[in-house]
Design a binder for this molecule. Structure first.
Ligand code: ADP
Ligand code: MG
Length: 351
């Protein structure tokens, strides 16, 4: 396994107006699972292809451990990078069975055969060796693709939206299984996804991308609880952005809906005007709560009810806020509901 170092990498495609990747800096530690998370078109696949060597950066350096793959006058072609790649559509050979797909390109020796068998076991495909891709389910094809990436003991494995072709329930299971297979193998892994739950479930750290730039790199907990800015706060999970002023003790924010305990103020001094991210699960329906909202819309989703409501404030337009109500709650639209602000999941975010 290798440490991946990406330094000041830039890439603009010929004819494109904006950079696909701009001033990209990221270090992925040995054995770490890092996810590049962001909306469609933000540059995730480009970043992965640059690491794999399928694209050349316009400038910058990419190294695996001490060895430059590109930059410092070096260029190592993809087949010499020891990177295993799993593509979104699996890219299996239709005329080869599972075993041959996995062993494709390996030498014919005994060691190779042994390694193919071991890998088949690792990904749970024993008994399916002779099936062709068309005779395998989506999940099994996915395992073949993963095994093919792992069979050469790669120093890094790169996975581009590997679960997007699977059914929702199955996706969750495969995510867990693939995550544990990669951890068991101890390989450095870079996942790409636009699915925030997937990123939160799988990763040691997440890099949130927006328009070719990294907005924040952090652990899933940190990203969710303490997003640095509005983009991260709204892209990862649902939130309410409420303006306020940092209080005298620096640990509370005065807002139009009351004083909010806030343990992440970005070091803003007392008196600063800020925007606070308040997750719906930090707002609890409570008779003696500190502010109220008139419900305008609600959606039942099983474990909870997503409800939107208008909050009248003393100055300016009413706030439109999102709440999570317990599933047994049956408050009609138009009703006024009182909420308390819980001391968790609130953070000051930058513009
Ligand atoms: P993502 O994987 O996050 O959806 P991509 O890395 O595929 O994003 O694309 C980033 C940007 O670069 C997009 O604007 C896309 O249209 C553009 N792009 C991607 N591949 C090419 C290419 N081969 N030629 C020109 N533009 C491209
Ligand atoms: Mg992509």
């Amino acid at each position: 396994m290798a440490r991946i170092i990406i330094k000041n990498v830039n890439k603009t495609y010929a004819g494109a107006e904006a950079a696909a990747i701009g001033n990209f800096n990221l270090v992925i530690e040995r054995g770490e699972i890092v996810t590049l998370l962001g909306p469609s078109g933000c540059g995730k696949t480009t970043a992965l292809r640059l690491i794999a060597g399928f694209e050349r950066p316009d400038s910058g350096e990419i190294s695996f451990d001490d060895r430059a793959m590109v930059g410092r006058g070096q260029w190592v072609p993809p087949e010499k990078r020891h990177a295993g790649m799993v593509f979104q559509d699996y890219a299996l050979f239709p005329h080869l069975n599972a075993e041959k797909n996995i062993g494709f390109g390996l030498s014919a020796g005994r060691d190779s055969q042994k390694r193919v068998r071991e890998t088949i076991q690792l990904v749970g495909l024993s008994g399916y060796e002779n099936r062709f891709p068309r005779q395998l389910s989506g999940g099994q094809q996915q395992r073949v693709a993963l095994a093919r990436a792992l069979v050469r003991n790669p120093s890094v494995v790169l996975l581009d939206e590997p679960f997007s072709n699977l059914d929702a329930d199955f996706r969750v299971r495969m995510r867990r299984e693939v995550g544990s297979i990669i951890r068991q193998a101890g390989i450095t892994a870079v996942f790409v996804t636009h699915d925030q739950t997937e990123a939160l479930n799988l990763s040691d750290r997440i890099a949130v991308l927006n328009q070719g730039r990294i907005e924040q790199i952090d652990t899933p907990r940190q990203i969710y609880n303490y997003p640095d800015n509005k983009f991260v706060a709204t892209f990862v999970g649902q939130t309410n952005l409420v303006p306020g002023t940092v209080g005298e003790d620096g640990g509370r924010i005065k807002t139009a809906i009351g004083e909010i305990p806030c343990n992440h103020t970005h070091g803003k001094p007392p008196g600063s005007r800020v925007v606070c991210s308040i997750r719906p699960n930090s707002l609890k329906m409570q008779a003696d709560g500190s502010f109220s909202a008139r419900l305008t819309e609600k959606i039942f989703s099983g474990p909870l009810i997503e409800a939107w409501g208008k909050v009248e404030i003393s100055e300016g337009e009413p706030l439109n806020m999102l709440f999570h109500l317990p599933p047994e709650e049956d408050v009609p639209i138009g009703e006024r509901v009182t909420f308390a602000i819980l001391p968790r999941g609130t953070a000051v975010v930058d513009e």
